[in-house]
Ligand binder design. Structure first.
Ligand code: SF4
Ligand code: MSK
Length: 673
């Protein structure tokens, strides 16, 4: 529910480190997103999608049944147009990120990108083979050049089909073809979404939302998938490693540089530059012990899962990290960067450094990034941060850092389930089929200061784990779980249901798998596709007992992710407010768009999109859906009583017996319970 008054720190965030920093900000009278959200009540009309400002005759605010805009646009048309515009913006953001990655790959292939190499040649060859790019007898750079050309072409392609959709399950591709929603070209679908929603164009909500699906697919099976593929090829496909998260990763005696945003092209180079002896010496000459890097938001995820660079936190930690007074520079590229950072930083010595040619913030220092001189620019940025160390005043770094294991790419999940030579999703499918794992939940998305930070992510995660639901996470949701210890096997397993616990103990994994950044939701689609291909769980993604949740969403990218997951067959639940709802009971007939994206899309795609504010209701619907899908597949009903007598639980029970009894317990059928 929207807040109207200032709250106590513990009401703003579930994270004690965040509470500590919010209290500090409140004491000093410094505003943060938390307090601004309290002081700025949301506009109910806009929040419900009932305001249209698409032309100069408006804005038209439709607060009563039967009202139309000046042009005659109905509530349904206005809500559908607002929703597709948000999806188009989200699709554009992810895809433009993918485009930049593809251009970087092209530059690397042609020796024009200083400091970059192709780190994962095996993935390059595997991805090229999907598209029949010749690989035998060719150098990685030759293959990379062809792949980069193919990927760059997907953005401007006018007709035909974006090639990446061929990586979806066959049945799904056929459905998309029948429905006419396969993206023709990534940019074309985004542009058409904007054209259709200009005054006087598409005014049929069903027709508008049909194109919303195509626009979102251009993201999930287009731009985002390109971003994930190329990031892995250039920087390495993630595999589990030890990491740390929360504000305590900032170090008192080091020059702290926080990298924030989304694209790994710059942050990877800053990681490389920070290890350069010249930079380390430069930092020591400035009186520091060295340079300490930390990430925020999805940049954090990118360098955490590949380089083990600690994460200072998720979206709502960006201001809190500056409040420590220990950050010499916050280096930002694109997406999820608050304009408030600059004003906040004026209270401290922190320099906000923008780097993308697409992003400037008044008052920030701009050092433009260019992949052709990446390493040189990264060093220049670090030197600016080091030079600023002498200006540091008092610091307040919370003593909060949690260990975690990130980096569960779909390739690694395949490997961990079967090894190098027998890599397979069989054990996962078998565990679901037997009921040891009840189903799978993908919990993703942002923080939103209109709800208590991290509370919904961690509450929903914990409750689903108790119910033997395997959880995979990306984005700021993954960082919330990281801070609360769910991404570490020993810590995370305490609260896990008996069947899932056995699986985690046997394989040696945490119950929540960190799968990467926002663009890496494509990894989740790939896992679901491979589960379908493995067999036993139906022949399409919509058959799998799985649900997607974005409990604290706020960005337009989240809406695009939600829509492409639905189009791929998933049931998706968003928390918070619904941009397609009626407004304070006065608009009773305004649920057509809500029905189209739930019942309507379910009839066509087998997935539905719902907005559910209450956490327990999210959990109830998730479990209902999982059980419904289990029943449809003819799988045994979920029964937690059947599990918990193998793995570590059995070994611990054995250890509690006298040695003379252990053999009998193991082989003689003595009950261990
Ligand atoms: Fe109003 Fe129609 Fe213009 Fe929208 S497009 S602002 S509903 S007149
Ligand atoms: S960063 S889009 S707040 S998940 Fe990807 Fe976090 Fe949401 Fe940005």
């Amino acid at each position: 529910m929207p807040r109207k008054k200032e709250l106590q720190p513990e009401e703003y965030s579930a994270d004690p480190a965040a509470q500590e920093m919010i209290a500090l900000a409140m004491e000093r009278g410094i505003s943060t997103a938390f307090t601004r959200a309290s002081n700025l009540a949301p506009c109910n009309i806009g929040a419900a999608g009932l305001c249209c400002k698409l032309c100069g005759m408006g804005p038209c605010r439709l607060t009563k049944d039967g009202l139309t805009g000046i042009c005659g646009a109905t509530i349904d048309t206005i809500q559908a147009r607002n929703l597709i515009r948000a999806i188009a913006a989200g699709s554009a953001a992810h895809s433009d990120h993918g485009r930049d990655m593809a251009f970087t790959l092209k530059a690397v292939a042609n020796d024009e990108a200083e400091g970059y190499v192709i780190r994962d040649v095996a993935k390059l060859r595997r991805v090229a083979a999907y598209y029949d790019i010749p690989i035998d007898g060719r150098s990685p750079k030759e293959i990379a050049n062809d792949l980069a050309d193919l990927y760059i072409a997907q953005f401007g392609q006018q007709n035909g089909e974006v090639v990446l959709v061929k990586r979806a399950p066959e049945k799904r591709q056929k459905l998309w073809k029948e429905q006419g929603v396969i993206p023709r070209g990534i940019d074309r679908e985004v542009v058409e979404a904007l054209h259709r929603t200009h005054i006087g164009d598409d005014q049929d909500p069903n027709h508008i939302l049909h194109h919303a699906i195509r626009t979102a697919l251009a993201d999930g099976w287009g731009g985002s998938l390109i971003a994930t593929d190329v990031s892995d090829i250039l920087f390495g496909t993630p595999a589990p490693m030890l990491g740390e998260a929360n504000l305590g990763v900032l170090k008192k005696d080091y020059v702290n540089v926080v990298v924030h945003g989304h694209e790994p092209t710059l942050s990877e180079m800053i990681v490389a530059a920070s290890q350069d002896p010249e930079i380390i010496e430069y930092a020591k000459a400035a009186g520091a012990k060295g340079v300490n890097l930390a990430g925020i938001c999805c940049t954090a995820n990118e360098i955490l899962m590949r380089q083990g660079i600690p994460a200072a936190g998720n979206f709502l930690h960006q201001e809190l990290s500056i409040l420590t007074g220990a950050v010499e520079a916050m280096v930002v590229d694109v997406q999820c960067i608050m304009q408030a950072l600059v004003q906040l930083a004026e209270n401290f010595h922190t320099k906000i450094i923008t780097t993308s040619p697409k992003v400037r913030i008044k008052g920030a220092t701009h050092i433009e990034f260019n992949e052709h001189r990446a390493l040189t620019i990264a060093k220049e940025i670090l030197k600016v941060a080091i030079d600023n160390y002498k200006n540091r005043g008092e610091t307040h770094i919370p003593d909060a850092r949690e260990t975690l294991v990130p980096g569960f790419s779909h390739e690694y999940i395949n490997y961990m389930l079967g090894g190098s030579y027998r890599g397979s999703f069989r054990p996962l499918n078998d565990a679901i089929m037997a009921g040891r794992i009840r189903g799978v939940a993908a919990i993703v998305g942002c923080n939103n200061p209109r709800s208590k930070q991290d509370y919904l992510h961690t509450y929903v995660t914990e409750e689903l784990l108790k119910q033997d639901v395997l959880v995979v996470e990306t984005g700021c949701s993954a960082l919330a779980s990281a801070k609360f210890g769910f991404l570490l096997a020993e810590a995370g397993l305490e609260k896990v249901g008996p069947g899932l616990r056995e699986v985690c103990e046997t394989i040696g994994i945490p119950p929540v798998l960190h799968m990467g950044s926002c663009v890496d939701n494509t990894r989740i689609l790939t896992v679901l596709t491979q589960m379908v291909e493995e067999g036993g769980l139906g022949d399409d993604i919509s058959d799998i007992p799985a649900v997607g949740l974005a409990p604290e969403w706020m960005s337009e990218k989240a809406l695009s992710i939600g829509a492409y997951c639905v189009a791929s067959g998933a049931y998706v639940i968003f928390g918070g407010s619904a941009p397609v709802s009626g407004w304070p009971d006065k608009v009773e007939d305004s649920d057509l768009v809500a029905r189209i994206i739930s019942e309507g899309w379910e009839k066509i795609y087998g997935g539905r999109l719902e907005f559910v504010a209450d956490a327990d209701e999210m959990i109830r619907r998730t479990l209902d859906h999982i059980d419904k899908k289990r029943a449809a597949l003819g799988l045994p009903e979920y029964d937690p009583e059947k599990w918990g007598r193998s793995g570590d639980a059995r070994m611990l029970a054995l250890e509690s017996l006298p040695i003379s009894k252990r053999r009998e317990a193991l082989y003689g059928g003595v009950s261990l319970n």
